[in-house]
Design a protein around this ligand. Structure first.
Ligand SMILES: [Zn+2]
Length: 200
């Protein structure tokens, strides 16, 4: 029997940041929106776990169809999906069985990180929502602020932490980490202006 795991927001975001997807399958663009199972897809997939998240009160609110439909873990059907991964290109998919209408339909959708609605996450403790090697870590805090952390060595290892301003937060949610390049540079050069924690 295969071993699979219960996966929450943090574990999934962590996993997505850690994998390297290649071009072997051309990005599975047919599955950028919900699409019924095909034999070709099925043969390459391995189950890696299941989402274990409580449905939200507004679980029917998120748009369902379309390549650009946001991914909200507390909305139907994401909170109850299984996760599969393509063995050829490492793309990760949501999977669930749609029971309404014309009999059961097995549906898959590519988990595209850019579509995950970070604003809908309400963490109970500080969670990592993105990271890149040793370059940076992005956190979301229980008070719904975002924190950016870099590590560097100045004789000793230090962590440099910055809570995003409202304006930076909006830019990050819209344009991603690239919008914070100047901030990252400043944190590296002028680290004494920030909250610094030594590793020892
Ligand atoms: Zn693939």
């Amino acid at each position: 029997m295969e071993t699979t795991f219960d996966i929450d927001e943090q574990k999934l975001l962590h996993f997505l940041a850690s994998i390297k997807v290649n071009d072997a399958c051309g990005g599975h663009t047919d599955f950028w929106e919900w699409h019924n199972e095909t034999e070709a897809l099925k043969t390459n997939l391995t189950k890696i776990g299941q989402i274990a998240i409580q449905p939200g009160e507004k679980q029917w609110e998120a748009p369902y169809w379309g390549q650009d439909a946001k991914i909200r873990f507390d909305c139907y059907p994401y909170y109850g999906c299984d996760l599969y991964q393509c063995q050829k290109c490492h793309t990760v998919f949501f999977y669930y069985v749609e029971l309404g209408g014309h009999g059961p339909q097995k549906r898959y959708r590519v988990v595209r990180k850019v579509l995950i609605d970070l604003e809908s996450l309400t963490p109970k403790h500080q969670i990592i929502i993105d990271y890149k090697g040793m370059d940076y870590i992005m956190y979301k805090n229980p008070d719904l602020t975002y924190g950016l952390l870099i590590s560097k060595t100045i004789g000793v290892g230090i962590d440099v932490y910055h809570q995003l301003s409202k304006e930076e937060q909006e830019r990050y949610l819209k344009d991603g980490i690239e919008s914070l390049n100047d901030r990252l540079k400043d944190m590296d050069v002028n680290y004494t202006n920030y909250k610094v924690t030594s590793w020892r």
